[in-house]
Ligand binder design. Sequence first.
Ligand SMILES: *Cc1c(COP(=O)(O)O)cnc(C)c1O
Length: 241
Amino acid sequence: MTAPNAQDFAPQDPIQDSIAQRLQLIQAQLPPQVRLIAVSKQVSLEKMRLAYAAGVRDFGESQVQEVAHKHSALSDLPGIRWHLIGHLQSNKVRPAIELFDWIHSVDDLKLAQRLDRLAGELGKTPKVCLQVKLLPDPNKYGWEVDALLQDLKLLNQCQHLQILGLMTILPFGLAAEEALRAFEQARELADRIRGLALPQIQMQELSMGMSGDYPQAVAAGATMVRLGTILFGDRPLAGTR
Ligand SMILES: *Cc1c(COP(=O)(O)O)cnc(C)c1O
């Protein structure tokens, strides 16, 4: 008996194949105007490089610290864009402005005003979304609808922010029809805010939909879906929201 030569079994990287295949399957279901944000929190640099090689340019992360490291480790990848999708603590606002192209998780007025002030100091104009809760959920950050409507006047004075839309995260475990209805409410809220024609507040983006509910989000008009598990597989720890 001769021992099998390892090279005969060589190429084929199952992880690479599966990320590229999953990406292809997901992209095939997304309308062309919907941007896929690959949520790479707790995902290795190696897997992120594979996703990049398969065509991903937008990566979503929930922690500023994790990105501080990844940002420099992946600085050789042209055109990569970083999206903050997790709660931003006030003491991390400055590095967040420097590291991220988009901040989806602007979740209260004080944070928006602090971002605005520091962005002005740094000479930046970050792209942001306002995080809103369509359904009551004590475990999540974000404005309730009425509170957001009340704060719009002051948000409209945040001249260094490009306020481009809304972001929402639904409570865990909704039925598909409930999720669809909540996402439609987000779209209606964006339409309503757009109707106010506040010069500093645009409503062209709807960041909504995760692995479990993105088909409903797309049906309701999402422009950005944030997908982690379905692309990279399960995370080692329970996802931070
Ligand atoms: C983790 C996370 C996601 C991705 O969740 P999956 O269910 O793995 O797709 C999307 N959005 C936010 C805000 C997250 O924290």
